[in-house]
Structure formats: structure tokens, C-alpha cells
Design a protein around this ligand. Structure first.
Ligand SMILES: [Mn+2]
Length: 323
């Protein structure tokens, strides 16, 4: 592996990276996803980023569990499960990501379940607005749209709602239940692109249609191939917009990433996942990356494969190339 050669458009330096490790699983009900950052780090991801890809990594050497933020009581509210915990953790994470991004670092957030994107994306959005006066685009790679509002959600799990809160399709006045999200921390539905969807709730389909949100499902990938889909996705965003890539490992087919909380068959191949990350890196517009929903405890056999796939996605997004 060599240092990347693509010059970033929206970062002052090509090799400053801030890492936040988020050991949080409260956005859904299965324990274990909080162990993912340590599993990814044990698999060598930080060493690879430093030694092979030549980034200067700013990392506090800590997987944050945010125990001090956990409420003693956290009853359901508006159908949301653990609203106080998820709100408090994402609020803290937002400040951590902002701290890195406002200094011009690329920000890598290792989750954790996908609810944490409320924190990572709001932090990036705020920092880029302040630093460059621009809105970010978000590429959300996932089997699921994660755009339920509290009212449309069947499960009440907040990892199915982060996009709704980030776009203001869902809002809440209570400061301790995402009311802390300021306008300058939100994203536009026009700059949101999905890739890999295949398990979208009926109400979510309505939300996507009514808001004209760009989405490439597995059907589109079957029809056009991943190369053409990436051309269309990046064409929609344009070349003058900083990009936050939020990658849910369940976008990959369970053949490649079985150890995840809500696996859905019929997904991306390992190479298609890597290719998405490679293409986004190649734009020079990528400013932040989330890798979420790796759950090393769910599959004795498949955990190692899932962790390896996650590491590979991260390396590709940071400029690793096959040749
Ligand atoms: Mn997700």
C-alpha cells in the first residue's frame, strides 16, 4: 500500500485524519455492535492508516462508551427506544467530530450502530459550513434507508431514524431528545444519495418519493452496474460539494458481511462495496467517513470476515488502490 495521490479539494492537508471510536449500541436492541471499534483496531485498521496510507492520525486512544452520559431511566418517548441515551451520545459525538473537522482533518468515525451518524454528520455539516461556507452531501450506503420518523417506525429503534433527524423530516423541541440539533448541523435532502437499498419500509418509500431523494437500490445496480451507478450518484452531487460517506456494513451481502444486526440478502459484493469507497475517494471531495453496524458477536464464523470487509472499505475510502 502507498500513500494516496488524490489531492483533497476541501481539506487543507491530504493526510491529517481524526479518528473517533464509538462503542455504542443503544440505537438498536442487539448487544455487541459496541465492540466493533476495538475489533477493527485489533485487526490493524489504525496501523494500516498510519503506516501504509501515511496519514497522521489524531486519536485519543479510547473507545468511547459514554457511560457518564447514560441516564438512569430512559423510557420510550414518541415511540423512540432509549431516546435520552442516543440523543446524549450523538450530541457528544457531534462535538468530537466537529473538533476534528473544524481543524481541517478528515474524520473517520468507527461505530457503533447507525444512530451515531446523527452525531458524526451533524458535526461534519457544522464544521464545513463554518470553514468553507458550504453544505455537505451525504452518500448513505446501506440496505436500509434509515429515514423513518419516530411515528413511521415499527421498531422504535433510533438506528432506523438518523436520516430523518439530520434532514429535519423528523424534529423534536426537547433539548434532551435531539432538540440540540441546530440548523447549521442539518443536511439537505437534495444532497443526500442512497446506494444499496433493498429493505425499505412502505412509509419510508413514501418519504423518499415525496421528497425527491436520490436513491440507487440493488435493482439499479443490477440494471446499470456499479460503475454507472457511481457515475450517476456522483454526478447528482456535483464536483464542488464536500462529501460525508456513511457506510453501513449491512449494505454488503451477508455472504461477505454476515455479522451485522439486520442482515438482508441480495446485497453488494465485497468488490462493489470497495468500489463505491474507491470512487468517492477519487472525487477528492470526501471529508468524512462512518463505518457502522459491524457486530462481532453475532456470528462466530462470520465475524472475522465482516471485520475484514469493514477494514477494506475504510482503506479504499482513504485512497488504497489495487495497483
Ligand atoms: Mn444503516
Amino acid at each position: 500500500m502507498d500513500a494516496p495521490t488524490i489531492q483533497p479539494k476541501f481539506l487543507p492537508s491530504g493526510n491529517e485524519l481524526g479518528l473517533v471510536a464509538v462503542g455504542f449500541s443503544g440505537g438498536q436492541c442487539k448487544p455487541g455492535v459496541d465492540a466493533a471499534p476495538m475489533a477493527l483496531i485489533d485487526a490493524g485498521i489504525v496501523e494500516q492508516i498510519k503506516n501504509d496510507l501515511k496519514y497522521n492520525v489524531t486519536y485519543d486512544d479510547k473507545v468511547h462508551a459514554y457511560n457518564e452520559l447514560m441516564p438512569t431511566s430512559d423510557p420510550d418517548y414518541r415511540n423512540m427506544k432509549k431516546p435520552l441515551a442516543v440523543s446524549a451520545v450523538t450530541r457528544a459525538l457531534s462535538a468530537q467530530v466537529y473538533e476534528h473537522a473544524s481543524k481541517g482533518r478528515f474524520v473517520l468515525t468507527l461505530g457503533g450502530d447507525h444512530s451515531i451518524a446523527i452525531g458524526s454528520i451533524s458535526g461534519t455539516a457544522q464544521a464545513i459550513r463554518e470553514r468553507l461556507g458550504r453544505e455537505i452531501a451525504v452518500i448513505w450506503v446501506d440496505a436500509h434507508a434509515d429515514i423513518n420518523t419516530p411515528e413511521t417506525s415499527d421498531s422504535g429503534n433510533i438506528h432506523g431514524m438518523p436520516v430523518a433527524f439530520l434532514t429535519r423530516l423528523a424534529r423534536e423541541e426537547r433539548q434532551d431528545v435531539f432538540g440540540w440539533i441546530k440548523d447549521n448541523q442539518t443536511i439537505s435532502t437534495r444532497k443526500l444519495v442512497y446506494i444499496g437499498l433493498r429493505d425499505v419500509d412502505r412509509e419510508e418509500k413514501k418519504i423518499l418519493k415525496e421528497n425527491g431523494i436520490k436513491a440507487f437500490s440493488m435493482h439499479d445496480i443490477d440494471r446499470h452496474g456499479i460503475g454507472r451507478v457511481m457515475d450517476m450518484a456522483l454526478g447528482w452531487i456535483g464536483s464542488d460539494t464536500p462529501i460525508h460517506l456513511s457506510f453501513d456494513i449491512d449494505a454488503l451481502d451477508p455472504m461477505w458481511a454476515p455479522s451485522t444486526g439486520t442482515a438482508v440478502r441480495g446485497g453488494l459484493t465485497l468488490r462493489e462495496g470497495d468500489f463505491i469507497a474507491e470512487c468517492v475517494h477519487g472525487t477528492g471531495s470526501l471529508v468524512a467517513l462512518d463505518l457502522v453496524e459491524v457486530n462481532p458477536s453475532l456470528e462466530a464464523q462470520g465475524a472475522t470476515e465482516t471485520i475484514r470487509a469493514g477494514c477494506s472499505i475504510v482503506r479504499c475510502a482513504l485512497g488504497d488502490t489495487l495497483l
